[in-house]
Design a protein around this ligand. Structure first.
Ligand SMILES: NC(=O)c1ccc[n+]([C@@H]2O[C@H](COP(=O)([O-])OP(=O)(O)OC[C@H]3O[C@@H](n4cnc5c(N)ncnc54)[C@H](OP(=O)(O)O)[C@@H]3O)[C@@H](O)[C@H]2O)c1
Length: 266
């Protein structure tokens, strides 16, 4: 996907990784559509980004997501890219995990990106052209005590994305997943519940520009899984011992949906 001239929706553009992504894509010549709930922040950002559009959106409300896509198409005639970036953490041990919090974060981190994909797909299918980037987390590629709720939502997002990669390949729509590590944003001040897990403080946070670069790389290349690193690092699902160890591998054939693959589960 050529970013110059592309129409790119970025959710969660009012802060952190979303703001950095909107700035980067705009700098590369994209028309960016800025979506989030805090309008004042979006309006301030739009002043910096020529040709951008602001659409107040709560991504957990399907009608608002539909409206976001409709406003984009009304303004620019199409949608080339959707960056599903809006998200929230939930960093508590399982014994303290409130199911109400888990449902709310699941709605935001899993259901909302799915609804976003469904909203842009008719436009992308019609042109056999599109890129969808779902922002996951490196916490879904390793197992960390205290992150069960959050990591479960991102692991679910990974699977939705992987299935989407297969289902949409023939439609000309690439689905990518980007995996940031600890990043210097408002994220850890705005957790649904809990706090940065022990050990997290020892990690030098990445600047939000680093995941933004990985998101731009995913858009350009259509790479399925991209670890945030300098430079961005493609990940192979099932890569034993590597970052892809926790990602599901593609079934070798439809028969594999009924029988385990030759090398069996590991
Ligand atoms: N920071 C990290 O350490 C880290 C690490 C790995 C992955 N991630 C992932 O990276 C993504 C971006 O996070 P960030 O670090 O940039 O955090 P952030 O600074 O807290 O930004 C979160 C963004 O999500 C938006 N958002 C939250 N709820 C929303 C809703 N219902 N509707 C629309 N927008 C909503 C917020 O905008 P409004 O409040 O204005 O709506 C905000 O723009 C998230 O998916 C997060 O899980 C972050």
């Amino acid at each position: 996907m050529e970013i110059d001239g592309a129409v790119c929706i970025v959710t969660g553009a009012s802060s952190g990784i979303g703001t950095a992504t909107a700035r980067l894509l705009s700098g590369l010549g994209a028309h960016v559509v800025l979506a989030a709930r805090r309008m004042e922040r979006l309006e301030d950002l739009a002043v910096e980004l020529p040709g951008s559009l602001v659409v107040s959106t709560d991504v957990t409300i399907a009608a608002q997501v539909e409206r976001l896509v409709a406003r984009t198409v009304d303004t620019y005639g199409t949608v080339d890219v959707l960056v599903n970036n809006a998200g929230q953490g939930l960093h508590v041990p399982l014994e303290e995990l409130d199911p109400t919090d888990l449902r709310a974060v699941f709605e935001l981190n899993v259901v909302a990106p799915l609804v976003g994909m469904q909203a842009v797909l008719p436009v992308m299918r019609a042109r056999e052209h599109g890129a969808i980037v779902n922002v996951s987390s490196a916490t879904s590629l390793r197992v960390f005590p205290g992150l069960g709720g959050y990591a479960a939502t991102k692991a679910a997002l990974n699977m939705v994305s992987q299935v989407g990669q297969l289902e949409l390949a023939d439609a000309g729509v690439a689905v990518s997943v980007v995996y940031p590590s600890v990043t210097a944003t408002e994220f850890h001040q705005r957790l649904r519940a809990g706090h940065l897990v022990s050990g997290g403080h020892a990690i030098q946070p990445d600047p939000p520009e680093l995941p933004a670069t990985a998101i731009a790389f995913a858009i350009r290349t259509g790479e399925a899984h991209v670890l945030v690193a300098d430079p961005p690092e493609p990940i192979t699902p099932g890569d034993k011992g590597g970052w892809g160890a926790l990602l599901a591998r593609q079934a070798p054939s439809s028969a594999a949906t009924h029988a385990p693959p030759d090398d069996g589960p590991e």
